[in-house]
Every structure is written in structure tokens, then in C-alpha cells.
Design a protein around this ligand. Structure first.
Ligand SMILES: [Zn+2]
Length: 231
């Protein structure tokens, strides 16, 4: 890596004649377990963390519903008697309505994650908003999480009128091919704190890490006296 460049979740900082410029790097594969100060500054109106004075955690699962994976997550949540929030992709709901209905029947909360899992940075704003509306035909919720955590400021403003935009306090990194199950568990154990909104994925790609981490993390957190709630 160039000595004057630091990759930092979607932002590239370049030192040029003593001045730091912030550039957007859409292709970096580095993630931080905790969102960067700069990312939070880009989306100050979003929800990053809930009440820091209360010992509660908020598990969120993105990109489902997916056969086998989402039902497995629901079984684990049922086993530990906890509620969570699922940010669903409209296209997946249309393909697997029975699994989506199970999420609702078991009293978890759902949120809109666009119909086609679009990257806001690469998508025209009207097209992006239409995709959210299409997802809203199958998800009845005022919660929205942008896929990849990426939104243009114009999108943020317009979505913010109708939705509570939910980002995160802790990324498990379950989807990252360089993360192994032990590291994924360590990510969440180390970073979870009062009010943390924690991101997992109910996807095939993440399952190896999720399967190991989720029950172990829940047991760890419950031993520490945390309660879990849906958003
Ligand atoms: Zn997603």
C-alpha cells in the first residue's frame, strides 16, 4: 500500500502537499468492525446505536429471506427466546414468501433493504427510490437499511422523510471471505456494547461464520447480562 494512503470503509484518504482529501473508493475490500468517524459524519441522521445507558443489543440480519439459512436463524432466535430485525430484499421475499411470513409470525421486525439490493452510489436517485417503493409493496416497515451502507446525500435526504435509516454500531464481518468463524465471533464479542446495532447476514455466503458465531455470541452476551430486542 502507498504510505500516504489509508483505506477506511468506503473512504480513501490521500495525503497531498500536507492536505488530506477525502475520496470515495468504491472498490475497497477493507471493513471496520466499528463504523468510522467519517462514515458516521456522512450520515448523521441515521441510527447507528441505540440508548448507550441500557444493557440491550439489537441483532439485525440482512439480505434474506433465504431458504435454510433464515429458518436456521429463526430456530436459534426461538431457542434463546429473543427478537431481532431482518432487513429483507424484496426479490427474496417474492421468491420465498413463506419464510418471510414466518419472520412476521414469530414477532420479529422487518425492514426495507431495496428490491434488488442496489448500491446507492452507483444508482440514479429516482431509480433507487423506485426500488425502495417496490420493496415496500412486500415489506410493511418504516425501517430502511441501504445495501453496502452506501447512499448519496440526495438519497439520504429523500429516504429520511419516510424512513428511519438504520446503519450499525458493530459489523460482524460474517460475509467477508477473509474472516473465519473464530474471528467473526471475536469481532462481535469485542465490539458489542450497550445499545449496539449488530449486523449479520442470513445469506449462503455468510453461513459458515454465522453458524459458528450466532449461538456463541448470544450465550456470551446473555451471560454478560445483555438483553436482545428488535428495533
Ligand atoms: Zn445487504
Amino acid at each position: 500500500m502507498h504510505p500516504h494512503k489509508v483505506n477506511c470503509f468506503g473512504l480513501l484518504f490521500t495525503k497531498n502537499r500536507g492536505v488530506f482529501y477525502i475520496l470515495i473508493d468504491d472498490r475497497n475490500h477493507v471493513y471496520l468492525v466499528r463504523p468510522s468517524y467519517f462514515l458516521k459524519k456522512m450520515y448523521p441522521s441515521a441510527v447507528w446505536r441505540k440508548d448507550a445507558s441500557v444493557k440491550k443489543l439489537y441483532l439485525t440480519f440482512d439480505d434474506g429471506p433465504v431458504p435454510d439459512i433464515t429458518p436456521w436463524v429463526l430456530d436459534v432466535l426461538k431457542q434463546y427466546k429473543i427478537k431481532a430485525t431482518f432487513f429483507c430484499v424484496g426479490d427474496n421475499i417474492q421468491k420465498h414468501p413463506d419464510i418471510y411470513n414466518r419472520i412476521l409470525t414469530e414477532k420479529h421486525r422487518t425492514g426495507n433493504h431495496t428490491f434488488h439490493h442496489l448500491n446507492g452510489w452507483n444508482t440514479d436517485t429516482n431509480k433507487y427510490l423506485d426500488n425502495i417503493s417496490k420493496c415496500a409493496e412486500v415489506v410493511n416497515s418504516n425501517l430502511f437499511r441501504p445495501p453496502y451502507g452506501k447512499l448519496k446525500q440526495t438519497q439520504l435526504k429523500r429516504i429520511g422523510k419516510d424512513y428511519s435509516i438504520v446503519m450499525w454500531d458493530v459489523l460482524s464481518g460474517d460475509y467477508d471471505k477473509n474472516t473465519n468463524p473464530e474471528k467473526c465471533l471475536n469481532n462481535v464479542v469485542q465490539a458489542a456494547r450497550n445499545g449496539s446495532v449488530i449486523v449479520f447476514h442470513d445469506s449462503v455466503k455468510s453461513f459458515k461464520n454465522l453458524e459458528y458465531t450466532l449461538p456463541r455470541f448470544i450465550e456470551y452476551a446473555q451471560r454478560q447480562g445483555f438483553e436482545f430486542e428488535a428495533l
